[in-house]
Design a protein around this ligand. Sequence first.
Ligand SMILES: N[C@@H](CCC(=O)N[C@@H](CS)C(=O)NCC(=O)O)C(=O)O
Length: 266
Amino acid sequence: MARERLASKKQGRPVRGGRNRVRRPDASSPWAVVGATAKRRENIASDWGKVENGTMAIRLYCFGESGNAYKAALSLELAGLDWEPVFVDFFHSETRKPAFRALNPMGEVPVMVEDEIVLTQSGVIQDYVAETSGKLGWKDAAERREILRWILFDNHKNSGVAGPARFNMNFLPSYKRSDAVNAFLIARHTAAMTVLDRCLEGRDWLVGERPTIADIANCGYLFYEEPFGFDRKDFSNIDAWLDRIAALPGWKHPYELMPGSPADRA
Ligand SMILES: N[C@@H](CCC(=O)N[C@@H](CS)C(=O)NCC(=O)O)C(=O)O
């Protein structure tokens, strides 16, 4: 889409307000077909989760336990964009069902939909949020690359390891858990946290002098209370940096920002 068109769409956006009611997915719907064409995906995306009072906010397909979705949700929220969460029932295998696979063949949340734009991968959504809102982004091309560098670090060494460690240790049925696998993941994640802590020495934010989507990516899993071998008190720079993030206007804990939490399954 041409940038001017996008810009004019943004001007027409409703201001952020109360949460609207959104449609729930219907896996039995005839349009829910695996291997849908790109056009079909757009149609699906524009139907599933449509805001019922007619307001078209950005829709983020997410659930509270997902730190990957939290990166996208917190970026949208801190950037002040108008968005709506659409609950994906991950714990009842919704990401494996045809309706969801038609929306994202990768079978993962988060998915962001704005009109005909369908984005997946938290880093891509964050990049879109920064670019379209002008918030949490870069001043120049060098900063943009530095932000990308930290997002890739997060996806590979931080969230990409913390996510499975936390899932295995808290949400996997106990008979499927492996101490050896968890020990391996915790060791990998602790090494990444040591790197992150050193890089935060003497600085408030990962890139430049202000919070960016690089910070939001790397904190994706670090506010959750469920144990996964990470204790922020072991890393003084990370601890102080998480306090700075939590003090940003509009910050919310993942279970406040997105629908779904372990309490629902208790
Ligand atoms: N690199 C992806 C990772 C996304 C991801 O792993 N999402 C998990 C939830 S936290 C998921 O939807 N998994 C579905 C599944 O494994 O079936 C991103 O950053 O968006």
